[in-house]
Ligand binder design. Structure first.
Ligand SMILES: [Fe+2]
Length: 290
């Protein structure tokens, strides 16, 4: 049986800011919800940044308008995480009440597959990038170590540490694109017993990055224009079919990729030390072997 999941990221409902066409968000969200309701999906995932923050009062109204869209899904299982803009002026509890959905770190089972939603601190300022809070890493380690089933790990902020070359927002602000504790996160993921695929939003572009044998995907924002000139209208469909994981991004900024849905944890070799710290010159060795 094929498991099908619909995904949307960085809706950014509100005013237009930078290259985000926030004024187009509700219409595009309605199209997404209509498509899900007309199709056959086992779950819906929202990767956070539902709004562009303005004032606390206005943010409540914006979140409610987005929530009204999601509530049209009825009883279909839906899962949300909190993005930095959702948390700028509202609390996690306010987000949970308005969306009528949990926002803390948790897992969910769909058929024989596991979804893990990790909700570390996502607060940001212009000066200060992303840092974990006490307990965030322990929460990730605990939920990953609970189960050795293949797991889709979902967070707002990407965990790959991938390069931001060419990214409109983050090429010159890399500390706002991933956590300062990226090495520790990578280590927890590598030690976890469950094979993983990681999925995130936040960076407003589509990427696939392999780290230690784990595939990390990011999904373009629903309303981002920097890659296409118009709102990308990006939404994605995941199909897990036996040992295949199919990722298809629709809209103007399209991607289609098939990955293995790993049943066994990949084991990449630990990386070499810096060549300059090695007693034997490895480049000479490679040259003589070539
Ligand atoms: Fe965003």
């Amino acid at each position: 049986m094929v498991t099908r999941i619909a995904v949307v990221a960085d809706i950014h409902h509100g005013r237009d800011t930078f290259t985000k066409r926030g004024t187009a968000a509700l219409g595009l969200l309605d199209d997404f919800i209509d498509g899900v309701n007309a199709g056959s999906f086992d779950a819906v995932i929202d990767l956070g940044d539902r709004i562009s923050d303005e004032t606390a009062e206005r943010d409540v109204a914006l979140q409610r308008q987005v929530a009204n869209g999601f509530h049209r899904l009825g009883n279909k299982p839906r899962h949300h995480v909190i993005g930095n803009h959702d948390l700028a002026l509202l609390s996690a509890d306010q987000n949970a009440v308005i969306l009528d959905a949990p926002m803390h770190t948790r897992s969910a089972i769909i058929g024989e597959h596991r979804l893990v939603f990790w909700q570390p601190d996502v607060s940001l300022t212009a000066e200060r990038g992303l840092f974990l809070k006490d307990g965030d890493l322990d929460a990730l380690e605990k939920v990953l170590n609970d189960d050795d089933r293949p797991t889709l790990l979902i967070s707002h902020v990407p965990l790959s540490g991938h390069a931001q070359t060419g990214n409109y927002y983050f090429e010159r602000n890399p500390g706002h694109a991933t956590y300062a504790e990226n090495a520790e996160i990578r280590s927890v993921m590598a030690r976890a017993p469950c094979p993983l695929i990681a999925l995130a939003g936040h960076v407003h572009w589509n990427t696939l990055t392999m780290v230690d044998g784990t595939a990390h995907l990011t999904l373009q924002s629903l309303t981002e224009t920097f890659t296409t000139g118009e709102p990308a209208a990006s939404t994605a469909v995941i199909e897990i079919d036996g040992d295949e994981f199919r990722w298809t991004v629709r809209g103007l900024d399209r991607v289609s990729v098939t990955l293995p849905w790993p049943k066994v944890k990949p084991q990449w070799r630990p990386v070499l030390n810096a060549f300059s710290d090695m007693k034997v010159d490895p480049t000479a060795k490679f040259a003589s072997n070539a």
